[in-house]
Design a protein around this ligand. Structure first.
Ligand code: COA
Length: 324
């Protein structure tokens, strides 16, 4: 017997406003063709002026609770993966906690940028397994539009806003691969890559929020090797092979990175969930947004083996293997 973190439901939220590539081409020297060819992105969602990360997070959380059929009063852990919190403190997770009327347990933010959701799965899995919580909300929520330099064509076309959430509950499993829930997680970081992807501001450095800066080519190079490595480790740990994967739900940064991963795993294209075309890169929100789409449209079914992998600033990266 062992405790498993079972996923009871998922949900997501996107802001109303869609910004197309053509609209961006009116602001910076770019084109729909360049953006689509290099990234696969067609449009992205951008939060309203008064819409905060906590607002997106709360709406995604409510959708996930409804999908799970679980009342907010049962929640005793809220983890919000975000690199764009409402304020420097308190944690955006505590704002969500208040919005949901939850008054027990713990709520905190987790900062691993685009790897935030995979890191969050690892942290929540541990807390549920050690009995420190029973019913958890894991949210990935971002308003990257607030930290983009809208004059920099090499970055502003790549990102979007959004949120996704899942509800997890501690349940008894057998401990083997037939269990549903999180089967294993592997998380990594290497701070030597700071300069390849960072924000040039913050409370302790400039006192401003700063703007995202990126060496796209270096990120690309690392992403196509680190994520497959983390996936291999997940498969080895569980004794599975790539052909056992029903669905790959990768971080959604660039269609070329996603396709390279699918190819390395020899996965047919229709087993890879892709939303980067519609959402662009929503950082910690990208995996739960993609997951929710594929669960709601019936692609991902109970019992399916789902592999997640992400990579982000730091660098941080990792994988999570679960049975839906
Ligand atoms: N529109 C038009 N041209 C653009 C452009 C844009 N939005 N952005 C950059 N360019 C130009 C560059 O200035 C460069 O011009 P030059 O050759 O005259 O210098 C040219 O396009 C090629 O740029 P390059 O950076 O070499 O393109 P690329 O093929 O590496 O694609 C990225 C750029 C950013 C799409 C790609 O590197 C990438 O996706 N990297 C990973 C990013 C990522 O995933 N980040 C998040 C990780 S969580």
């Amino acid at each position: 017997m062992m405790i498993r973190a079972n996923i009871k439901g998922c949900g997501s939220y996107l802001p109303e406003r869609i910004v197309t590539n053509d609209q961006l081409a009116e602001r910076v020297d770019t084109s729909d063709e360049w953006i689509r060819q290099r990234t696969g992105i067609r449009h992205r969602y951008v939060a309203g002026e008064n819409e905060l990360t906590s607002d997106l997070a709360t709406k995604a959380a409510l959708a996930a609770l409804e999908h799970a059929g679980i009342d907010a009063t049962e929640i005793d852990l809220i983890v919000c993966a975000t690199a764009t919190p409402d304020e420097t403190f308190p944690a955006t997770a505590t704002v969500v906690q208040r919005n949901l009327g939850v008054t027990k347990g713990a709520a905190f933010d987790l900062q691993a940028v685009c790897s935030g959701f995979v890191y969050g799965l690892s942290v929540v899995d541990s807390l549920l397994k050690t009995g420190q919580a029973r019913t958890a909300l894991l949210i990935g929520a971002e308003t990257f539009s607030r930290i983009l330099d809208w004059e920099d064509r090499s970055t502003c076309v790549l990102f979007g806003d959004g949120a996704g959430a899942i509800v997890l509950q501690a349940e008894e499993g057998t401990g083997d691969i037939t269990d549903s829930g999180i089967l294993n997680t592997h998380i990594y970081s290497d701070g030597r890559y700071h300069d390849a992807l960072y924000v040039d501001g913050g409370p302790s450095s400039t006192g401003t929020a700063g703007f995202l800066r990126m060496e796209g080519k270096e990120v690309f190079r690392q992403a196509v090797s680190r994520m497959p490595e983390a996936i291999d480790t997940a498969l080895q740990t569980s004794g599975l092979s790539p052909s056992d994967i029903d669905w790959l739900v990768p971080h959604q940064a660039n269609i070329r990175i996603i396709e390279a991963m699918g190819k390395k795993l020899k996965l047919p294209k229709d087993r890879v969930v892709v939303t980067v075309d519609k959402h662009a890169n929503t950082s910690a929100a990208s995996i739960p947004l993609a997951l929710t789409e594929a669960v709601y449209d019936g692609r991902i079914k109970r019992g399916d083996i789902v592999m997640m992998a992400a990579m982000g600033g730091g660098f941080t990266w990792g994988s999570a293997l679960l049975r839906w």
